[in-house]
Design a protein around this ligand. Structure first.
Ligand SMILES: [Zn+2]
Length: 254
């Protein structure tokens, strides 16, 4: 058993005993880890504020084999998530990104780019950029890193290009994983009818968030509600349940 060193973002923390916590960290080099932090709940914790939720820290841990929890031996704060003290929306968005990463990843599964995306998004939330955009850009980038990006150009059923219907709307299949043409509609469950503005917004968000041109795109007011409905339905259908923090993101719909 060797001690591993890396940078990490704290995505979950639960009390384990009177003096210890179990912390879930998303690390730069090892993906998600779940570790015991002995003494973390003491008044004079050796970890100080380095294990606060959404904090970014240098950590040292001992990886245990098979299903045993890893052991966290050191944590030193690099940056704390401050915007939570100023704005609830920002705080809930930060918690939501942490929950997303927690729910959609397995321990010790390396996922290149996820640490950096989460890190950058938390910094932007802290700088009070537009939270609806930061959340959507993160969701799309993260889904792409997981290989689950929904399709907004081609039909999720047959792969052909999808035209909007005469009323200017599209069909989105949450379970199918993207837009649907009328031929692929029969038998599909969890289908939403969405505006073409919303489809354009998703297309632009996917291209622009990949190229980091985040100042050049926006979520039109008319699509804000639909964007959340589409993302939430799609994400819930992937894991078969609703994420807890989704109930706290109403501000993103306005
Ligand atoms: Zn089709």
């Amino acid at each position: 058993m060797t001690a591993e060193k890396t940078e990490a973002i704290v995505i979950r923390t639960v009390p384990w005993s009177e003096t210890s916590s179990i912390v879930t960290l998303f690390t730069r080099d090892f993906g998600k880890i779940t570790a015991v932090a002995k003494g973390a709940r003491r008044l004079k914790s050796p970890f100080e504020t380095a294990l606060d939720l959404l904090a970014k820290s240098h950590v040292v841990f001992i990886a245990k084999s098979n299903d045993a929890l890893d052991l966290l031996t050191e944590a030193k704060l690099i940056r704390r998530f401050r915007s939570g003290q100023r704005a609830l929306t920002q705080l809930y968005c930060g918690y939501y990104l942490a929950e997303l990463v927690h729910v959609f990843t397995e321990n010790h599964m390396r996922l290149p780019g996820v640490f950096e995306s989460l890190d950058e998004s938390l910094v932007k939330l802290d700088e009070m950029h537009h939270p609806a955009k930061i959340v959507l850009a993160f969701e799309l980038k993260f889904l792409s890193q997981l290989g689950h990006l929904p399709t907004f150009e081609l039909c999720a059923g047959c792969g052909h290009f999808v035209e909007s219907d005469p009323g200017g709307t599209y069909l989105f299949g949450a379970e199918a994983g993207g837009l649907l043409c009328s031929g692929c509609l029969p038998g599909q469950r969890s289908v939403l009818r969405i505006r073409s503005e919303t489809v354009d917004c998703f297309r632009e968000a996917i291209v622009e968030s990949e190229s980091k041109n985040e100042d050049t795109w926006n979520i039109p007011t008319i699509s804000r509600e639909e964007v959340r409905i589409v993302m939430e339905r799609f994400l819930c259908s992937l894991v078969d349940r609703r994420l807890r923090l989704m109930d706290f993101l109403d501000d993103l719909r306005r």
